[in-house]
Ligand binder design. Structure first.
Ligand code: C5P
Length: 418
């Protein structure tokens, strides 16, 4: 039995070219034992036929707010509450705008407004529509309302442009659905209010945990940036596990294609300097876990215009060092978290580097792992770590990142009370 067995997903299909991907999504969900019901907007039916969707869900497709037959069988309120989770895919600019503003003028928007369950949105649209201030404003409102997001991803668009706006791949959405269903809070708690110890062992009840996750993006010019391959999976898993253990959790996340973990106050940042000030603002805390792959350098200066090819060879990038967030927090004289934990992603001499880092950063624990491409750890779902403290080294077998997170939090909870 997997985490999706018997779960009821109400899939709201919006009208966009990415709608074809929901056929695969439905298949993946049903393979995992989930029951899927689908509601489609009129526009969605232009991109994918209700008949294909119905054949894959094995249920009728709901598309009419004023259908007396539907209301007699299952009213729209019941339809939206009968689900364990509502998933909007593709979440078009129009659907997001409606939900952010409380509009309900068709079945899809009415279901989203009438529900008492969590909503996970997988946006997909042209990159200019995604980056438009109106859409970004709507997304910020929805995040604040507790709506979870997966994607959009960067990529080639059907319209020939390249950038953010592609819908997350079906398996990425399945992972986001699984993590959204993991917490049993019906509607996620608003930011700033601590997580409930729901379905947890409560070992961190009453404790505050601050976690950094993902990469940082350091602008080179208005369109280019320095980044790295961190997916944020391990950091987000730690934040999720801390909330499940009853802690009040703040997650400071760089740009990632992952949903905000349920019950966690998630603050989105781009650069190392923004990450440091968000961490500062999130303290005091009992535990600080620095999982983020912070860029070591940023541009000394960034202009307002795009760097141009000059014909005199490549431009020199004048880089300066970024603040070391982990070291800054570990070396605080005031309000230093009781436990400060760093990560060391290395490609060689993992343990020797980790031991050195413990002292160089002044932290209490280094979680070391080998991120050589052959390990598949960077961006993958598994991790093999060594816990390095001044007392010694504890090497764990290869585990799911979620399991690493749970065990790590259990160990930190013990150390807090030791
Ligand atoms: O020095 P290095 O990047 O290998 O150290 C990794 C650890 O330090 C991670 O825990 C990472 O989150 C943290 N770090 C940081 N700020 C930086 C660089 C690294 O918090 N500028």
């Amino acid at each position: 039995m997997g985490p999706l067995t018997g779960k009821r997903i109400l899939l709201v299909v919006g009208g966009g070219i990415a709608a074809y991907k929901v056929l695969d999504l439905i298949r993946r969900l049903r393979e995992r034992g989930a029951h899927v019901r689908a509601a489609m907007t009129k526009a969605a039916a232009e991109f994918v036929t209700p008949l294909s969707v119905a054949s894959l869900t094995g249920d009728k497709v709901y598309d009419d707010l004023f259908s007396l037959t539907d209301e007699a069988e299952m009213g729209h309120i019941e339809l939206s509450r009968d689900a364990d989770l509502l998933v909007v895919a593709p979440a078009t600019a129009d659907l997001l705008a409606k939900l952010a503003n409380g509009l309900a003028n068709d079945l899809a928007s009415t279901l989203l407004l009438a529900t008492d369950k969590k909503v996970l949105a997988a946006p997909a649209m042209n990159l200019r529509m995604w980056l438009h201030p109106a859409t970004q404003r709507n997304v910020a409102i929805l995040r604040k309302d507790g709506v979870l997001f997966v994607g959009p991803e960067n990529g080639d668009m059907a319209c020939g442009e390249y950038g953010p706006g592609r819908m997350a791949e079906p398996l990425e959405i399945v992972a986001a659905i699984t993590s959204a269903l993991e917490s049993d809070t019906a509607i996620p708690l608003p930011p700033g209010i601590g997580a409930r110890a729901s379905g947890t062992n409560g070992t961190l009840a009453g404790k505050r945990v601050v976690v950094t996750s993902g990469p940082t993006h350091e602008p080179i010019d208005p369109v280019r940036y320095i980044a790295n391959r961190s997916s944020g999976k391990q950091g987000h898993a730690i934040a999720r596990a801390a909330a499940q253990a009853g802690a009040d959790v703040a997650l400071i996340s760089g740009p990632v294609a992952l949903p905000d973990p349920p019950g966690v106050q998630t603050i989105h940042v781009q650069t190392a300097r923004e990450m440091l000030s968000a961490v500062d603002a999130a303290l005091p805390a009992d535990i600080f876990v620095a999982t983020a792959a912070v860029a070591d350098w940023r541009m000394a200066e960034t202009g307002d215009s795009k760097l141009k090819k000059s014909g005199n060879g490549a431009p020199k990038l004048n880089l300066v060092e970024n603040p070391d967030i982990l070291a800054a927090i570990a070396r605080r004289n005031q309000a230093r978290p009781k436990l400060v934990v760093g990560f060391a992603a290395e490609t060689n001499d993992v343990l020797a580097h980790a031991r050195k880092k413990l002292d160089a950063k002044g932290c209490d624990m280094i979680v070391a792992n080998d991120v050589s491409p052959s390990t598949g750890i960077m961006g993958g779902d598994k991790n093999a770590i060594h816990i390095v403290t001044r007392e010694g080294i504890d090497s764990w077998p290869t585990l799911d990142k979620d399991e690493v997170a749970r065990r790590l939090l259990a160990r930190l909870a013990k150390e807090l009370t030791a």
